[in-house]
Design a protein around this ligand. Structure first.
Ligand SMILES: Cc1ncc(COP(=O)(O)O)c(C=O)c1O
Length: 388
């Protein structure tokens, strides 16, 4: 075929099934399509637009930085990088003293897995059924969903899977060969599944007893999504490593591995790195993102608005259960989530689905307000009825 005749869809590998949505621009919690139709975005571009789409302060930070220096790698000093890293570490729980930056959630998890194996000298990793950690070799090998794993054979060996939330199973699986346990503290793609405080406390105790490390994959739960900056610290439990991506820089590709001091002490020059990791544009966007979250008190907004969402959406006929925390919510509905998603899109709201067919996922910008929840509730009732 003549390359001039290739439209965009033909030129792209078929890796993502698209929503029937042709996005042109976006502002805060709204997205506009190419025809000028407006949609309320409860998906935030895949849990990414944490400060809302195109927050003016984030846009200005990127524009100003682009005019000064678009890129120079970590081989040279850059005050912005040092300041941004210090700002992120200052938000981290006690004991997390250093950070490694990379470019995607999968890459952050790859680095975390490498760190725990190097640090402990052990090869084993315990991971959770239903957990999702990315599509690169190491990350997909700890992903507990067959449909993702089968795309990548052979997998990295040494991984044992246990059911999420089953303390007995994880305690039995963690032993002298275990480098770490990795888990999403709230399993998002699996259908927004949580575990009890006792589970997290018991998990920490099992790791400590076996001399294994604990990795929280906070690619989704991190940077304010649950109403606290991190899930780490909840129930009085701290992991040893926290991986972050998605909303960390409001949409400029960036990920991070936050590590506790004991791990930082043993890292040597040359062990880890990526050309684009901690690039100036990403650092400027992350710094602005963290400042906006503080200045606009977005964590308080998440907690307040999430309570309202639970009540309002939970009382819509056909919604059986509201799962999750903060702005990582799962609506267990009577019916098929993709059909309801299509109905909502037709009425002007973007929501996510999950690996559980009856669960819609809401991952809105942290700027979402109660009136937007009200608008979704009004669209949800007829959408559920029409999808039956
Ligand atoms: C919990 C979790 N971990 C890791 C990843 C992988 O992130 P990325 O797509 O940036 O590689 C995702 C992506 O959806 C995720 O939700």
């Amino acid at each position: 075929m003549n390359p001039a005749n290739l439209n965009e869809t033909e030129a792209l590998l078929k890796t993502f099934k698209r929503l029937p949505l042709d996005i042109a621009t976006a502002q805060d919690v709204y997205v506009l399509d190419a025809e000028g139709r407006k949609y309320l975005d409860f998906y935030a571009g895949h849990a990414v637009a944490s400060t809302g789409h195109c927050h003016p302060r984030v846009v200005r930070a990127i524009q100003d930085q682009a005019a000064k220096l678009i890129f120079y790698s970590n081989v040279a000093g850059l005050r912005l990088r040092d300041e941004a890293a210090a700002l992120l570490v200052s938000k981290a729980p006690e004991g997390f003293t250093q950070v490694l930056f990379a470019n995607s959630g999968a890459e952050a998890n790859e680095n975390a897995l490498k760190m725990v194996r190097r640090h402990t000298g052990r090869a084993g990793v315990v991971a959770m059924t239903g957990g999702f950690h990315g599509r690169t070799a190491g990350a997909v090998s700890v992903t507990g969903v067959e449909k993702y794993r089968k795309s990548s054979v052979p997998l990295v060996p040494g991984v044992t899977f246990v059911p999420f939330g089953d303390l007995e199973a994880v305690t039995a699986a963690v032993g002298p060969d275990t480098a770490a346990v990795i888990l999403e503290p709230i399993q998002s793609m699996a259908g927004v599944k949580t575990a009890s405080a006792d589970y997290f406390r018991g998990l920490r105790a099992a790791c400590d007893k076996a001399g294994a490390l604990l990795i929280y994959d906070e690619v989704q739960t991190g940077i304010g999504r649950t109403g606290t900056m991190f899930f780490a610290g909840r129930h009085g439990v701290l992991p040893d490593l926290i991986t972050l991506a998605k909303g960390i820089a409001s949409g400029v590709p960036l990920s991070a591995v936050l590590v506790r001091d004991v791990i930082a002490e043993r890292v040597a020059y040359g062990d880890y790195g990526a050309t684009f990791g901690a690039g100036p544009l990403a650092m400027a966007a992350m710094k602005a993102t963290l400042e906006v979250i503080d200045d606009e008190k977005l964590l308080d907004n998440v907690l307040r608005t999430s309570d309202i969402a639970r009540r309002k959406l939970g009382s819509v006929p056909g919604v059986r259960e509201v799962r999750g925390l903060g702005f990582l919510l799962g609506l267990k509905i009577d019916g098929d989530a993709p059909k309801v998603q299509a109905q909502l899109l037709g009425r002007g709201a973007i929501v996510g689905t999950s690996d559980e067919p009856g669960v819609l996922r809401l991952l809105p910008p942290l700027t979402l307000k109660p009136e937007h929840v009200g608008a979704l509730a009004d669209m949800l009732a007829p959408s559920l009825a029409a999808a039956r």
